[in-house]
Design a protein around this ligand. Structure first.
Ligand SMILES: Nc1nc2c(ncn2[C@@H]2O[C@@H]3COP(=O)(O)O[C@H]4[C@@H](O)[C@H](n5cnc6c(=O)[nH]c(N)nc65)O[C@@H]4COP(=O)(O)O[C@H]3[C@H]2O)c(=O)[nH]1
Length: 669
């Protein structure tokens, strides 16, 4: 492509001046040239007339000297004629034989050059001779040249004056304001302190200047806002907005720098990885505002409980870290961790009431455990998980074997997810029968995992892990759906199985998905009220009583009775129990196992039965294995029995066979 032609960049001032000059000079020169042309055209006939007149006068003047042949007079007349300014040279040729033509010319002129005019000299019709005059061809030019100097002076004066006037007007009206606009814009561009330029003019440039002032005010405001937002973003990028503690990004940097400094100075570091126990239920129950307020208070306490040189950070939700500098003494770190635990466990006063949480702390040391900051964090995290697995509210110091345990836990989680996809879980059913008649009243659905390698696994092998990794809600949903589908199938087959109880674990119970899952499963399978029952442990009921009560009311509304599992192991408040209106209390197997021999258990079981009856609740004895147990329980008024004596948990087919056998027995009886 041909390169675009570049014009030199001129300032507006230079362009205007050049423009003015051209605008004034070009017309002036054009006018002048035209005027010359007109003048020349007008002069030409006059000059011709004048020449003709000179010729006429001279021929008339020569008649007498030629007639009288007075040579000196003739010469005199010729020389006088030559003095005429327009005459360059002349020649007189007499008509006399042997006479020579007389030629005269001005200095520098040559006879025969110039514009020739000729005429005969006549006397009464007789030809005396011929006069030829060569006139100056530049005659008009000379006349014009004389005029030209004056014209040029006039034109120059005109150019000067009009240029001056234009320059003054344009400078005042255009260039000056443009210069001010330029300065105003430059000031704005420099982004320093800008004093608004005052514009009193009402023309376009004045308006433009005023607009620029407005634009500047707006841009300045916008910049202020942006600066503010930028600062806020920078703060947010490094600081946790809720607690004002360093966030994960900043903590990582601080940890990296601390490890580098400790390495240089030969010092030790201890990292406390803190995770709150039961924080999620607080959030779910009291709402996020309460959860946030709790986190803010705990963050302040954490900050206050360690030295100002130590780093306290919030990594995410309920995860905090404390990096202790110069931590060579194991017992001092342990004492600090204890202090942290105590501080975090103290109730937090919130508008919704006093809330207490506990924490699990994992500790790892640099350089004893880890040689870089990433490993240090990862090991402290692993140790924290170990603390959680031990029930939380404690501190665990990192040990190499934790890594293996963590690996195993991760593998189990992956396998469980796969098992859900591959449908490897199954439900077994254990009957609940009437203690007196042996009639089938219902069953308890118990999950099993048909593991492809390890065979049929009991829930003890995977339920705690599922709770730990959060898979319990999916597993629970599967159980509920499967139990409902099974109830529907039995109903369709005309089999009476009574109430089917499903176990709902603590985390699952407080998960917002539970009620949705139940509603959908009941609707999809057509399960009617009383056909499905929820089994909750006493300890679940006794935690976070307000939420528990709310959820149970919703369950009642869905037509789902409640059965309290493992009863006797917790410390239920009687009035509270009455409030929850459970359909059944299930006496824990540990109290049944030594009956009827163990006196203490006898007293306790009797008391539970009496208590339940006084509240209008039925009692189920779990783990009935002997006839003696059965007899004792029946005699003290326990209505329902469950245990190996009656039947072990069996798959659906096995349970169906049991149900048919029992109903036949009843009919026969
Ligand atoms: N020694 C002895 N044991 C007896 C006897 N009768 C029943 N059992 C066992 O006692 C447990 C009763 O269930 P649980 O107390 O609700 O205790 C259950 C329950 O808490 C939990 N679980 C079972 N299925 C589920 C489920 O689908 N979801 C949840 N969240 N938990 C479940 O796992 C626990 C253990 O379940 P299982 O291993 O099936 O163990 C069952 C059952 O096999 C007896 O006479 N002697």
């Amino acid at each position: 492509m041909p390169e675009a032609r570049r014009w030199p960049t001129l300032s507006i001032r230079a362009s205007v001046i050049i423009g003015i000059a051209l605008a004034v000079i070009i017309p002036t020169v054009a006018l002048w040239k035209m005027e010359e042309r007109w003048t020349r055209q007008a002069q030409e006939p006059l000059v011709a007339q004048n020449r003709q007149a000179v010729l006429g006068l001279m021929t008339a003047d020569l008649v007498t000297p030629l007639w009288t042949m007075d040579e000196s007079a003739m010469l005199y007349r010729l020389q006088r004629g030559l003095m005429e300014p327009s005459v360059n040279s002349l020649r007189l040729t007499e008509n006399r034989p042997l006479s020579k033509p007389v030629e005269l010319s001005k200095t520098g002129a040559v006879v025969g050059q110039g514009v020739l005019y000729r005429a005969e000299v006549l006397h009464e019709g007789e030809r005396l001779g011929e006069l030829e005059i060569w006139f100056d061809p530049q005659q008009i030019e000379h006349a014009l040249a004389e005029r030209r100097t004056g014209t040029i002076q006039l034109a120059a004066l005109q150019v000067l004056l009009s240029g001056l006037v234009l320059v003054v007007i344009l400078t005042r009206r255009l260039l000056g304001p443009i210069q001010r606009l330029k300065q105003q814009a430059s000031q704005m561009a420099s982004r320093g302190t800008v004093v608004p330029t005052e514009w009193n003019r009402r023309d376009e440039l004045g308006e433009l200047g005023s607009h620029l002032n407005d634009v500047h005010t707006q841009v300045a405001e916008l910049f202020d806002q942006l600066e503010g937002q930028k600062a806020e973003l920078q703060r947010m990028a490094l600081q946790d907005t809720l607690t004002d503690l360093p966030n994960r990004a900043l903590f990582t940097e601080l940890a990296r720098a601390s490890v580098a400094a400790a390495h240089r100075d030969g010092k030790c570091l201890a990292l406390l990885f803190i995770d709150l126990d039961r924080f999620k239920p607080v959030n779910d129950t009291y709402g996020h505002a309460a959860g946030d307020a709790l986190l803010m208070t705990l963050a302040k306490r954490l900050r206050a409980v360690v030295r100002s040189s130590d780093v306290v950070a919030r990594l995410s939700g309920d995860e905090f870290t404390v990096l202790l500098h110069d931590a060579s003494q194991w017992d001092q770190v342990s004492a600090t961790a204890d202090r942290v635990l105590k501080e975090l466990e103290m109730p937090v006063h919130l508008p919704v009431g006093d809330i207490s949480v506990s924490a699990s702390i994992g500790v790892a040391f640099y350089p004893a455990d880890a040689s870089d900051h990433e490993t240090l964090v990862s090991y402290a995290d692993t140790a924290m998980y170990a603390a959680k697995n031990l029930g939380g509210s404690r501190t665990s110091f990192f040990r190499e074997e934790f890594n293996h345990q963590l690996q195993a836990a991760l593998q189990l989680e992956a396998e469980m997810r796969q098992a859900l996809e591959r449908n490897e879980f199954v439900l077994h059913y254990q009957p609940l029968v009437d203690a007196r008649s042996g009639a089938l009243l219902g069953c308890e659905a118990l999950i099993r995992w048909q593991h492809p390698i390890r065979g049929l696994l009991s829930p003890f092998h995977f339920i705690p892990a599922a709770e730990q990794c959060g898979l319990i809600s999916e597993l629970g949903a599967w159980t509920i759906r499967s139990a409902c589908q099974q109830i529907a199938r039995w109903k369709e087959a005309g089999l009476q199985v009574g109430t089917v109880a499903v176990n709902v674990s603590a985390l699952e119970f407080r998960h917002h998905r539970l009620l949705d899952t139940l509603t959908t499963a009941i609707a999809a399978s057509g399960v009617r009220p009383g056909e499905l029952e929820i089994e909750l442990t006493e300890s679940v009921l006794m935690t976070d009583i307000q939420t528990t009560q709310l959820i149970i009311e919703r369950l009642h509304a869905l037509g789902l009775p409640l059965s309290v599992d493992d009863f006797g192991t917790g410390y239920s408040s009687l009035s509270y129990l009455k409030h929850l209106r459970p359909a059944k209390l299930k006496i824990d197997r540990s109290f049944v196992k030594d009956l009827p021999g163990e006196e203490g258990d006898q007293v306790l079981v009797r008391a539970i039965v009496q208590l339940a009856h006084s509240l209008g609740i039925k009692v189920v004895a779990e783990g009935v294995e002997t006839e003696a147990q059965q007899a004792f329980l029946r005699d003290i008024g326990c209505e329902i029995l469950q245990g190996y004596l009656i039947s072990r948990p069996q798959d659906a087919k096995g349970f169906e066979a049991f149900a048919r056998r029992v109903s036949n027995t009843l009919v026969d009886a």
